[in-house]
Design a protein around this ligand. Structure first.
Ligand code: PMP
Length: 432
């Protein structure tokens, strides 16, 4: 297997100065398995030991065109010449906002942020300011970022299959004030009865319902069109704003995001990852009447680095490519080829499996039917997947280790990536 001598040595030094030796907790993969990247190019990255990996995590989605894309990087360089940030706006903001509104049906106005967390936090603030209400509804298993209001989940241990018991709501993290819990309501994905019930009980006090129609942190568990449409109509009935969180899916699964595939227009949508091929920028978009609540005396919004000239120029070019070239079709066809290659390998060995999500970000399950909600996902057995993923890492193919995140595809994943991947998968499956 691969040599990790330098990464291991670096880890031992890094951990003296950085908690877990990393800058983001999810980048810690264990004392002996935490790797440090030297650079990325296309669908691959190289670690500091010189191992070359085919990467299906892509920074959790942003590298939609591949690492170090020359077109986007040249645009970023032009943005660098602008000078970074001012306590003023630049013309390019309008060009990017126009592009977003032209790509995503029903979006009238745009504000920029730096990260997905910031965008969703701003969207919830906006919904509260607009409705004058404070509580909100989340779908179990969704991830909307690191801010306190987003970090609630259900205690699956409490849940009895077939029972009616409402599981306890618990925070994802220590350090989140328990007093905030009273404002957060949770409901399972794809359960129309429970959705109607929760609206009946709490609808008139909800500012917003947030939904991530393909759940990135649950391996691509997907809302059905009927479920998203029911959410839209219940929100309308109760005066609740529908926030569709497209931070991971926007400009990836379709130009108009998952919402466009479901034919649903939210009041507010949030975008980030794929919009600038990895440069940090996010957007809050929505319908005019709601978005105009961003004003003095309305919802506060801003930020020192908002619409940074480098990220903004990268976004302008990345969105142009996604809008005007066949990049998304290329990504989808690669995803289909990879899925069918995986299927062939598994089927030949009689291994039952299924997929979730979209060809551009798909989850793989070792069960006849992929789960369609967090509770079933959480209770499913993914030992086989985990073991296979670890073998794949040793063979220099990177997918999420613990069956949480889907496999992300970029435009630069090419035939060589595909054949390297499938060769490694055969070996990994046989070792598992
Ligand atoms: N919403 C969704 C749907 C996400 O997938 C993520 C990131 N995984 C976020 C919000 C938070 O984005 P960030 O990590 O940029 O703060």
């Amino acid at each position: 297997p691969r040599d990790l001598t330098r990464s291991n040595a670096h880890y031992r030094r890094a951990v003296q100065r950085l908690p877990l030796g990393v800058a983001s907790t999810f980048r810690y993969w264990g004392d002996d398995r935490t790797i440090y990247v030297d650079h990325g190019k296309g669908g691959r990255f190289w670690d500091i030991d010189g191992n070359a990996y085919v990467d299906y995590r892509l920074g959790y989605g942003p590298a939609i065109l591949g690492y170090a894309d020359a077109r986007v990087d040249a645009a970023a360089m032009r943005g660098m010449n602008v000078g970074g940030v001012f306590a003023l706006s630049t013309e390019r903001e309008l060009a990017v906002a126009d592009r977003i509104c032209n790509m995503v049906p029903g979006m009238d106005l745009v504000r920029f942020s730096n990260s997905g967390t910031e965008a969703v936090m701003g969207a919830l603030r906006l919904a509260r300011a607009h409705t004058g209400r404070e509580s909100y509804l989340l779908i179990e298993g969704s991830y909307h970022g690191l801010f306190d209001a987003a970090m609630w989940m259900v205690n699956v241990e409490d849940w009895q299959p077939g029972g009616n018991l409402d599981p306890e709501v618990v925070s994802y993290s220590k350090g989140i004030p328990q007093d905030l819990k009273a404002l957060a309501h949770l409901t399972p994905m794809n359960d129309p009865q429970k959705l109607e019930d929760v609206f009946k009980r709490h609808g008139s006090s909800l500012a917003a319902m947030l939904i991530e129609p393909i759940q990135g942190n649950c391996c691509g568990i997907s809302a059905t069109t009927e479920f998203v449409r029911l959410a839209r109509s219940l929100c309308d009935q109760y005066g609740v704003l529908l926030i569709i969180d497209e931070v991971k899916t926007g400009f990836r699964v379709a130009k108009g995001g998952v919402q466009s595939l479901h034919g649903v227009v939210p009041d507010i949508a949030t975008f980030a990852k794929a919009m600038a091929n990895g440069y940090p920028i996010a957007a809050i978009a929505g319908r005019e009447e709601v978005m105009r609540t961003f004003r003095y005396g309305g919802a506060a919004h801003g930020g020192t680095y908002t619409a940074h000239s480098v990220s903004l120029a990268a976004a302008e070019e990345c969105l142009r490519i996604l809008d005007e070239t066949p990049a998304l079709a290329t990504i989808a066809s690669y995803g289909e080829a990879l899925k069918s290659g995986l299927s062939d390998i598994l089927t030949r060995r009689g291994i039952v499996h299924s997929f979730t999500g979209h060809s551009s970000m798909f989850g793989l399950f070792f069960a006849p039917h992929a789960p369609d909600n967090y509770r079933d996902w959480k209770l499913s057995d993914y030992t086989f997947y985990d073991t296979m993923a670890h073998h794949l890492h040793d063979l220099c193919i990177i997918c999420e280790p613990d069956s949480r995140e889907p496999w992300f595809i970029c435009e630069a994943h090419d035939a060589a990536c595909l054949s390297d991947t499938l060769k490694a998968v055969e070996t990994a499956v046989d070792l598992t």
